[in-house]
Design a protein around this ligand. Structure first.
Ligand code: ASN
Length: 365
């Protein structure tokens, strides 16, 4: 008898299940399960018949004595991920919480456009995660030829059923990344995501290379905690040379409570424009929290330049090598969790879910 591993697949939307209507791609409701059912790599129909699986439950072929049986829960309103919002993150986390004890792993089928935001946010919203939550999708729909969705979907379900990875991961093009380390890097390539500052947790080739040494170590807490309160008065501001005082000032106005300041290089900002610095300082005095993160697609921050020190002196927190997506999610989470300023600052500096490397580059000494 095979060891049966049950996985819950939460289907939110994305290109993977889209079809063209009036010349544009839109999600197609009630189609994914039937489409997957026709693919023998993803579904063993004879096993399903023999064991009378219900219509939304499918089974991977047995391998090495393991049978992954997965149930697809399709959202009532499938979405292009450009339409995903905070409530959708809450719904996904609620689904996981509700069925946490019934499955050994979870897969979320999601569009690629905001996949890195969802992966980051879920990593903060869920505390003490002991099971894999793997987000995946595709660049070409399953309904079309050459879809990358088949291998992404198979890999995600296979990983969720085979490996005890206590993380929210993003699986794409044979690599499983820590979700809060990713950014979408290409609108066209199958290799659509990068995790610039942290290696993949797992790589699929002829062998499956699992980096257990990289898994995020949980604290002592065992109880699954779901933080549903994400502060929505947070935003990202990308600094640019022609910035005016008015622009910065309007951006930081109430109800803004937290801003990710995407700065140049290792975290630099003009130090020859005291008026801009004053605007930041005034915002800070009003209670706005500022978190520094680099505009560079790779690398982190240091305070080695005068143009960077100007920000630390103004009370801007160093976000280390955090991605902008994770920085925004972390701000929303931390500001939603506590209203105590000191606690907020302390948590933002902490490595909460493996989202930063916590190292300082000091190249001028
Ligand atoms: N617009 C799509 C989405 O994010 C893109 C994709 O999934 N490849 O839902």
């Amino acid at each position: 008898m095979a060891d049966i591993r049950r996985v819950l697949v939460i289907y939110v939307g994305g290109t993977i299940g889209m079809k063209k209507k009036n010349g544009v791609y839109v999600p197609e409701q009630n189609y994914m399960v039937a489409e997957i059912r026709r693919n023998p790599t993803l579904h063993d129909e004879s096993y399903a018949k023999k064991t009378s699986l219900d219509k939304n439950t499918l089974a991977l072929p047995e391998s090495n004595g393991i049978r992954v049986v997965y149930t697809i829960k399709e959202d009532k309103e499938l979405k292009d991920s450009s339409n995903v919002n905070v409530q959708d993150w809450i719904d996904m986390a609620t689904d996981i919480k509700t069925d946490y004890d019934n499955y050994i792993g979870f897969v979320i089928i999601h569009g690629t456009d905001t996949m890195a935001y969802t992966a980051s946010s879920l990593s903060f919203m869920i505390e003490n995660l002991h099971k894999p939550v793997i987000i995946t999708g595709s660049q070409i729909p399953l309904a079309e030829q050459r879809s990358d969705g088949w291998s992404n979907l198979h890999g995600a379900i296979y990983i969720a059923g085979h490996y005890k990875i206590p993380e929210v991961g993003l699986f794409f093009n044979n690599k499983l990344f820590r979700g809060n380390r990713c950014s979408k890097k290409s609108s066209e390539s199958f290799d659509a995501f990068i995790s610039p500052n942290f290696p993949p947790l797992l790589t699929m080739a002829v062998e499956v290379d699992v980096r257990t040494d990289l898994f995020w170590e949980m604290g002592d807490g065992n109880e699954f905690i779901f933080n549903s309160h994400m502060n929505r008065n947070v935003a990202i501001f990308r600094v640019f040379p022609s910035i005016t005082e008015k622009t910065l000032q309007s951006f930081l106005q109430a109800p803004m409570e937290g801003v990710v300041l995407q700065t140049y290089g290792v975290g630099n900002f003009p130090d020859n424009r005291p008026e801009l610095r004053e605007i930041l300082q005034r915002a800070r005095q009003r209670g706005v929290i500022l978190l520094n993160c680099t505009q560079c697609p790779e690398g982190g921050l240091s305070d080695s330049y005068a143009t960077g020190k100007v920000l630390t002196d103004a009370g801007v927190i160093l976000g280390d090598d955090i991605t902008p997506e994770a920085a925004l999610s972390k701000l929303g989470y931390v500001l939603g969790k506590t209203s105590n300023r000191e606690e907020r600052l302390q948590k933002l500096e902490e490595n909460l879910r493996g989202e930063i490397t916590q190292r300082r580059i000091d190249r001028h000494d």
